[in-house]
Design a protein around this ligand. Sequence first.
Ligand SMILES: Cc1c2[nH]c(c1CCC(=O)O)Cc1[nH]c(c(CCC(=O)O)c1C)Cc1[nH]c(c(CCC(=O)O)c1C)Cc1[nH]c(c(C)c1CCC(=O)O)C2
Length: 350
Amino acid sequence: MLDASSTLLVRACRREQGDGLPVWFMRQAGRSLPEYKRVREGIAMLDSCARPDLVTEITLQPVRRYGVDAAIFYSDIMVPLKAAGVDLDIVPGRGPVVAEPVRDRAGLDRLVPPEPGDLSFVTEAVRLLVAELGETPLIGFAGAPFTLASYLVEGGPSKDYARTKALMVGDPGLWHDLCTRLAGLSAHFLRTQVDAGASAVQLFDSWAGSLSAADYERQAQPHSAGVLAGVADVPRIHFGVGTGELLTRMGAAGADVVGVDWRIPLAEASARIGPAYAVQGNLDPALLGAPWPVLAERVREVVRSGAQAPGHVFNLGHGVPPDTDPGVLGRVVDLVHAEGPALRAEARAA
Ligand SMILES: Cc1c2[nH]c(c1CCC(=O)O)Cc1[nH]c(c(CCC(=O)O)c1C)Cc1[nH]c(c(CCC(=O)O)c1C)Cc1[nH]c(c(C)c1CCC(=O)O)C2
């Protein structure tokens, strides 16, 4: 059985890593890998998530290929909503699409509360995975209530979240009840993964950066805090895109590690949130197509900046783009492993 506390990932999350630097990538499993496309051929995304054999294989693919320091469970933030009875599909190239958007009390009542056993396929997949992973820790994850609500209310991906925000400010009672229900589903999803052997968790509030700090604090943070409180026994990473003005509040929601996108240097992010938190990030994914010497220098910059924080998990600032050359990600991992410790030591001494 893996002693998670001794892994580089968990030590970095706990701000006890020294000069070692763990690296993994959000969306490391998926369409950038030919072996993923082969396994997924003819199988719908959400169907693949319900098959423990496929989940295990797909989660392991990037670990085998890149030698990353963590696996992330292959699933989706929408999986617990499907288990709660929401009619939804994940449309390739588009994202989650909900057949009947939730915009009133009747819509909320269609969401069935979680029940023991309704995520048994998750338990089975995590158990299989942890056995196969050996020394590599597994990160479990869930979507935060605001981000989940945005898909339910809009009915799909959105640019401005106008309907979501209108409901949030126009019917705070319904918003509160909806987010409470979603928090329960996400907490159950996370708890299921941790109970089956996940060593850490990441809460994705991908679209929280669309909110003002005041609205985030009133209408989103308390619900995310409820989710994170349910898994306080493992390190908790809390991530969103465009959250520069929210980083302190995302930490205070109950995170150990605050995920940072590419818009703010990690040293600056760490200065904002203070010494009680590690940071994760934050290479701009769009730079993965740049010539290698230029990209390598950007990787080194991220490592040096992260060394100013009390803990650093190397990652991208958001997910791996589907057209990424896997060979490039492999070179990034090798560079972080080969040069990371010396770069960190140098940066910390300066
Ligand atoms: C917002 C969000 C979703 N899902 C997720 C988020 C939060 C992360 C983020 O901010 O990007 C989380 C997620 N989705 C997936 C994972 C698996 C683990 C990993 O990161 O490797 C994780 C952690 C698999 C997936 N989730 C999805 C895929 C692609 C499915 C396919 O192969 O067609 C994968 C591998 C589909 C999905 N699911 C969702 C979107 C926006 C999409 C992309 C749609 C598209 O562009 O085709 C909702």
